[in-house]
Design a binder for this molecule. Structure first.
Ligand code: TXA
Ligand code: MG
Length: 380
C-alpha cells in the first residue's frame, strides 16, 4: 500500500489542475491502482451526466464513488446502518485503501444519477498516490468531502484502460485532462462486495485482486453470521445495451474488436494462421513450438515502478509485431498477468491477426478475476 508519498513539483501541479477541473464539474482521467477512472464530481448531476455521455454508458448502470480516506466513507451510507452491516463494513474497511468496493444502503444526499435510482451506493478508497492526492486536494479546496464518481475510463464495453495513453486513445477528445500516473499496479477492476442486510448475507459481485477467500476470511475473523455469496460470472445474460437487472453483471464486456477465444488451460493445439495466441507462461521453449526468445528478454519485470512497466508493456507489441505467440507474464505469475492483461489485449487488438486465442490460466487467486474478464471479453 502507498504510504504518504512526496510528489514531484510537476506532478503536484498536475494534481492541482485535476482537482480544479473536477471541482469545476469537468471530466478527468484519473489513475488508480486497478484501472484508470473517468472521474467527475459525484455530487454534481451535470458532471455525472457527462460521464454517461462520454462513455456511451447506459444510465441504468450505477457508478462507484471514490473518497480519499476510510473516515470519509460513512457519510455516504445511511446514518443508522444495521449492526451486522456495520460490522461487515468495519472488518472489510481494513482492506482500504485498496482495490475493493463496498455496496451498502445509500444516504438521501447521494444522487440518483450515481446509483441509477437504486437504494444502494458503491464506495471505494483507492490506493494510488495521485488519486488520493487529488481527492485530498479537492477536500481541502472545498472544505468538505467531495466524492468522485469514476467508472473505468474506456468507451462502454471496450477493454479497460491501464495507462494514460489508453485513456487518451478512447476518450481523449471528451475529457479536460488525463492525470498520468503510469501503468496501473493491479490491472483489473476492484473486488465488489455487497454488504447485504440483516436478512441477506454479504455477496461478492465482482472478483478482483482480493479473492473471495480474502473477503470470507475477513468476515469470518470477525465471527459474523451469514455465508458470503459469490455471484457466478456467467450467470448474467444481459448486454450493456439493455437495462441492468443486476448491475455490473454484463455477460459481454471488456471486449477487444478482434474475436477472442478462450482455450482450456494447457491447450497445445497448433496456432492457426490468422491467429495470435496469448498464454500465461513464459514463452521461451513454449509448448506450442512457436517459441520466441525475444519475448522473454523483452517483456515485463514484475515489481518495477509503474512507469517502467508502461514502457515494457508497450514494447511487448512493438518488438513482436508479426509473431503469433505472446505471454501475459514473462515471470509466469498471475499478478504480473493481471497487471498486463488489458495492455496486452489492446496491443493484440491492434495487430493484423483476425483472431486472438487465450489459453486459460488456473482459476485461483487473482486468476478468478482474470478469467472472469476474459470470459466476458470472449462472449459473442
Ligand atoms: O477498480 C474499479 O472499481 C474501477 C476504478 C476506476 O475505481 N472502477 C470501475 O467502475 O470498475 P465501473 O463503473 O467500470 O464498474 C463498476 C461496477 C459496475 O459494473 C456497476 O454496475 C457496479 O459496479 N455498481 C456500481 N454501483 C452499484 C450498486 N449500487 N449496486 C450494484 N452494482 C453497482
Ligand atoms: Mg468498467
Amino acid at each position: 500500500r502507498s504510504g504518504p508519498v512526496k510528489l514531484e513539483p510537476m506532478t503536484l501541479a498536475q494534481v492541482e489542475r485535476a482537482a480544479e477541473f473536477l471541482l469545476a464539474g469537468e471530466l478527468v482521467g484519473l489513475p488508480t491502482e486497478t484501472v484508470y477512472g473517468l472521474a467527475a464530481r459525484g455530487d454534481d448531476a451535470g458532471a455525472i451526466e457527462r460521464i454517461f455521455l462520454a462513455k456511451g454508458r447506459p444510465r441504468t448502470n450505477p457508478l462507484i464513488l471514490h473518497v480519499a480516506d476510510v473516515n470519509d466513507v460513512p457519510q455516504f451510507f445511511t446514518k443508522e446502518l444495521d449492526s451486522v452491516v456495520q460490522r461487515r463494513l468495519d472488518c472489510l474497511s481494513t482492506l482500504w485503501p485498496g482495490p475493493m468496493t463496498l455496496i451498502g444502503p445509500k444516504r438521501e444526499t447521494v444522487l440518483d444519477a450515481v446509483t441509477a435510482g437504486g437504494a444502494t451506493v458503491a464506495i471505494r478508497v483507492p490506493d494510488h498516490p495521485l488519486a488520493r492526492a487529488v481527492l485530498r486536494r479537492m477536500k481541502e479546496l472545498a472544505g468538505e468531502v467531495i466524492p468522485v464518481a469514476a467508472p473505468s475510463a474506456n468507451v462502454s464495453n471496450y477493454v479497460s484502460p491501464t495507462t494514460a495513453e489508453h485513456v487518451r486513445q478512447g476518450l481523449g477528445d471528451r475529457i479536460a485532462m488525463v492525470l498520468d500516473g503510469g501503468a496501473c499496479r493491479v490491472g483489473v477492476e476492484s473486488t465488489i462486495v455487497h454488504l447485504g442486510s440483516s436478512e441477506d448475507p454479504p455477496s461478492v459481485l465482482r472478483s478482483g485482486f482480493f479473492g473471495v477467500e480474502t473477503i470470507v476470511q475477513r468476515i469470518d475473523s470477525a465471527e459474523l453470521a451469514g455465508q458470503v455469496v459469490v455471484q457466478s460470472a456467467t450467470s448474467a445474460a444481459q448486454s450493456e445495451d439493455q437495462p441492468a437487472a443486476a448491475p455490473g453483471q454484463f455477460a459481454k464486456h471488456y471486449s477487444p474488436q478482434t474475436q477472442l477465444v478462450l482455450l482450456p488451460p494447457g491447450d497445445r493445439s497448433p496456432i492457426p494462421d490468422d491467429t495470435l495466441r496469448i498464454v500465461f507462461e513464459p514463452v521461451e521453449g513454449s509448448r506450442s513450438g512457436s517459441s520466441n526468445p525475444r519475448l522473454l528478454n523483452r517483456s515485463l519485470p514484475n515489481a518495477g515502478l509503474a512507469d517502467t512497466r508502461l514502457s515494457n508493456a508497450d514494447r511487448v507489441n512493438t518488438d513482436l509485431a508479426g509473431e503469433n505467440l505472446w505471454t501475459f507474464a514473462e515471470d509466469g505469475t498471475l499478478e504480473t498477468a493481471a497487471s498486463n492483461l488489458y495492455a496486452v489485449l489492446r496491443k493484440a487488438d491492434a495487430t493484423r491477426f483476425h483472431r486472438i486465442e487465450v489459453v486459460a490460466c488456473e482459476e485461483s487467486g487473482i486468476g478468478v478475476a482474470i478469467l472472469d474478464r476474459l470470459r466476458r471479453a470472449a462472449h459473442a
